[in-house]
Design a protein around this ligand. Structure first.
Ligand code: FRU
Length: 325
């Protein structure tokens, strides 16, 4: 009987920091374990576009069968991604795009629409006032930051004043930038491009002025489940709203397998988003507790399996050595 072909998928992640990325990776691993002939080679660029370019090139050299890329910044990653694609390696972009259409498929949310959802929410929140919004953008050159920003401004009531700072998707950057702002008095709403930045802004404002923190309304994006994450923050009223941003981890692996098996795939898979506010957050949060519990169980089982497998290969090898002797 012919042996099933073995496949290696290279995963180039802009970062693996934070629960959103970790959950994407877990979903990928769980889905990948459905295919005994598949393994993943995961690289973490730790927020560095330079490093990510190197990692993509080395994955190409190692002859991976397919590449999944989430580009730290679209422009600097584009040449390396194109090289891989032209070398005949199918490439799937997840969540963050590149500046070219030389890729196989995109899987992720519609970040322009997400920006619009945020804009509509802010319009409703501050109806009949002339407020000021502090927009905390993600990393300047990353596609979700560009698209969320554009969508937000396309629908925002023109009477609303906006101040902008770049938080680079990172809570510690936001904390520092907020501490450096000369005045926060006129800010009514903080819209951050993700929940970790929104929550860190809230904390930084609170450190400066607890009363101001109570008055300002904060909103973010991601609405991750689990303790300390966005969904819980909305349910407890720390954030006025968030927008669900699915990771697409397991879908990316399923689509990758279809490509590797020579099946046709679509040009893009847009994952749906939804506004989470105080009306629906409570119910969703209770439901998500269950899911998080399952996730822990799955992680546990994967650990046990891996331990058993390595014991088994050890035994197998020892038997081989004994037979040789
Ligand atoms: C995680 C993250 C998310 C955000 C996405 C944008 O690394 O910053 O919070 O929605 O990346 O690419």
């Amino acid at each position: 009987e012919p042996k099933e072909k073995k496949y290696v998928i290279g995963v180039s992640q802009c970062t693996l920091e934070g629960s959103w990325r970790r959950s994407m990776l877990l979903d990928m691993k769980v889905q990948a374990s459905e295919y005994p002939n598949l393994s993943l080679l995961v690289e973490d660029a730790a927020d560095s576009s330079l490093l990510q370019v190197e990692q993509i090139r080395s994955l190409v050299k190692r002859k991976v069968d397919l590449l999944i890329i989430s580009a730290n910044e679209s422009e600097p990653i584009t040449p390396a991604a194109i090289e891989a694609y032209r070398a005949g390696i199918p490439t799937i972009l997840v969540d963050r795009k590149i500046d070219s259409d030389e890729y196989t498929t995109y899987i992720g949310g519609n970040n322009y629409e997400i920006g619009r959802l945020a804009g509509f929410f802010v319009n409703r929140l501050v109806r009949d006032q002339c407020p000021t919004v502090l927009e905390i953008l993600g990393l300047k050159g990353s596609s979700p930051a560009k698209d969320r920003h554009r969508g937000f401004h396309d629908v925002l009531d023109p009477r609303i004043k906006v101040r902008e700072i770049y938080g680079k998707w990172r809570p510690e950057v936001v904390e520092q930038k907020i501490a450096e702002l000369d005045s926060l008095e006129e800010v009514d709403v903080v819209f951050a491009h993700n929940d970790v930045m929104a929550l860190s802004a809230r904390k930084a404002v609170g450190d400066r002025d607890p009363e101001l923190m109570k008055r300002i309304r904060f909103m973010g994006i991601d609405a991750m489940s689990g303790r300390g994450s966005g969904l819980e923050a909305v349910a407890h009223g720390e954030l006025a709203a968030s927008i669900l941003y699915p990771t697409g981890g397991s879908l990316a692996i399923r689509i990758a397998m279809q490509i590797l098996n020579g099946q046709e795939v679509a040009r893009e898979y847009i994952l749906s988003s939804a506004l989470i506010d105080k009306e629906n957050a409570g119910t969703l949060f209770i439901q998500s507790e269950q899911v998080v519990d399952y996730q822990h169980q799955i992680e546990q089982q994967r650990d046990n399996l891996e331990k058993m497998l390595s014991k088994y290969t050890f035994l197998q090898n020892s038997v081989g050595i004994i037979l040789l002797l």
